[in-house]
Design a protein around this ligand. Structure first.
Ligand SMILES: Nc1ncnc2c1ncn2[C@@H]1O[C@H](COP(=O)(O)OP(=O)(O)OP(=O)(O)O)[C@@H](O)[C@H]1O
Ligand SMILES: [Mg+2]
Length: 396
């Protein structure tokens, strides 16, 4: 199975290009699912499904053309299906703080639930082999990162916090329930957390395997968008995901000769050049600005024909280089992390237990070290042409 993630700044064209990719894949005969991980869903609108504004029929995969299904993860449904105990417990706490039931229920939807639910589905379909390719239409960059970091975050919680909370609670519950105004979580709460955890098990390996998962960053030829794309590139690398394509959308076509657009044309040319230079050797492709909104199967298909050459296969694996690697040299081990665009002062590094913790800007990643390296400590780090090289040695 292949997983293709479309991410990028708000409004750059992620949904349209994810939809176009789905259409092409389906034409090529892949059983394809385009799945929206953005709580502000717009996939059904993009395909111009004649559904009502708040229709929930796509809360499960819905086939909309041969080989092509779409799915918009619906958090209300997911709470009923997977989060009953957890949300129930949080709701009960919030109610004690004076919120009414509906308010408490709404606040019990916490960040990450949607992303986690989506991830559980991806894992389920992999196990059931229901689709050949899953195209993930992500929310803008920040939330996309929350999506990809979810397995490590949860893993960390399960390893460090979960056993502790559970142990302490077992000991104090009989007493605490008598004196505390808030009920402590019941065992079923922990069972629910554990169950969710089991449902995403293995997904992190899948996301970090470039043979399975690729990130395609969508951008526009404008300064602010390009800068965010550069940051996104580093953040995805930090999370172990391979970016194998940059798509520059909304490029003014040559036919537009109107003087009013003169300056736009010039600045677009400038940023197109920068994008190609920045991201090499990652392939960059361009998609022209269309004459109208990309809505409905016909226009999405037209967009797919601009995005991919005739017969071009969006599922082809073109980059297998992992964003970070562990290598052994003559007298030490090295962790090498692909971090172009990052300056020296922006990178932080420390060891915690058997994990190397790397921060770049505002994003932090716990990198689990292989057993053979777990006892080593970082002794030196350097930036080597866009690669962060951390030397690890046994503590003297
Ligand atoms: N190449 C293009 N030419 C013309 N219009 C486009 C092009 N690409 C996308 N659009 C239009 O731009 C609007 C935003 O596109 P889209 O919804 O795909 O962006 P998005 O990145 O998914 O946005 P969001 O961050 O809100 O999810 C839509 O109306 C879409 O039809
Ligand atoms: Mg979108």
């Amino acid at each position: 199975m292949r997983i293709l993630l479309f991410s990028g700044k708000g409004g750059v064209g992620k949904t349209s290009l994810a939809a176009a990719t789905g259409v092409r894949l389906a034409q090529l005969g892949y059983k394809t699912l385009v799945m929206s991980v953005d709580p502000a869903h717009s996939l059904a609108d993009c395909f111009d499904l004649k559904s009502s504004l708040f229709d929930a029929s796509t809360a499960d995969p819905q086939e909309i053309a041969p080989n092509l299904s779409i799915h918009e993860v619906n958090i209300q449904q997911e709470i009923k299906r997977h989060w009953r105990e957890i949300a129930g417990y949080i709701t009960s706490i919030l109610k004690t703080s004076g919120l009414n039931h509906v308010e408490a229920e709404e606040m019990a939807i916490f960040p990450g639930m949607e992303e986690l639910s989506a991830m559980m589905y991806v894992n389920q379909w992999r196990k059931e082999q229901r689709f050949d390719v899953i195209v993930l239409d992500c929310a803008p960059t920040a939330e996309s990162l929350r999506f990809v970091s979810m397995p490590t975050t949860l893993d960390w919680y399960m390893k460090h916090i979960f056993p502790m909370q559970r142990g302490i609670l077992k000991a104090v519950r009989p007493l605490a329930n008598r004196i505390s105004p808030v009920d402590l979580p019941a065992d079923s709460y922990f069972a629910n957390v554990k169950d969710l955890y089991n449902k995403i098990e293995g997904i992190d390996t899948l996301m970090e395997d470039p043979q399975t998962t690729s990130v395609r960053l969508v951008t526009n030829p404008e300064k602010m968008v390009v800068r965010e794309t550069q940051r996104a590139f580093v953040y995805f690398s930090l999370h172990g995901l391979t970016v194998d394509g940059i798509i520059v959308n909304r490029v003014l076509p040559d036919e537009v000769r109107d003087g009013w657009f003169g300056e736009w044309r010039e600045s677009q040319q400038h940023f197109l050049g920068e994008v190609e230079a920045y991201f090499a050797p990652v392939p960059v492709c361009r998609v022209p600005l269309q004459q109208r909104e990309v809505v409905g199967l016909e226009r999405i298909t037209a967009l797919a024909n601009l995005l991919y050459q005739e017969g071009g296969d969006p599922a082809a694996v073109t980059r297998t280089e992992r964003p970070y690697t562990f290598t052994r040299t003559a007298d030490h081990w090295e962790v090498r992390l692909n971090a172009p665009f990052a300056g020296k002062g922006e990178i932080g590094l420390f060891k915690k237990g058997d994990e190397l913790v790397v921060t770049v800007g505002t994003v932090r990643r716990h990198i689990g070290l292989p057993t053979s390296m777990a006892g080593l400590s970082p002794v030196r780090a350097r930036l080597d042409g866009g690669t962060l090289v951390v030397e690890m040695k046994e503590a003297a």
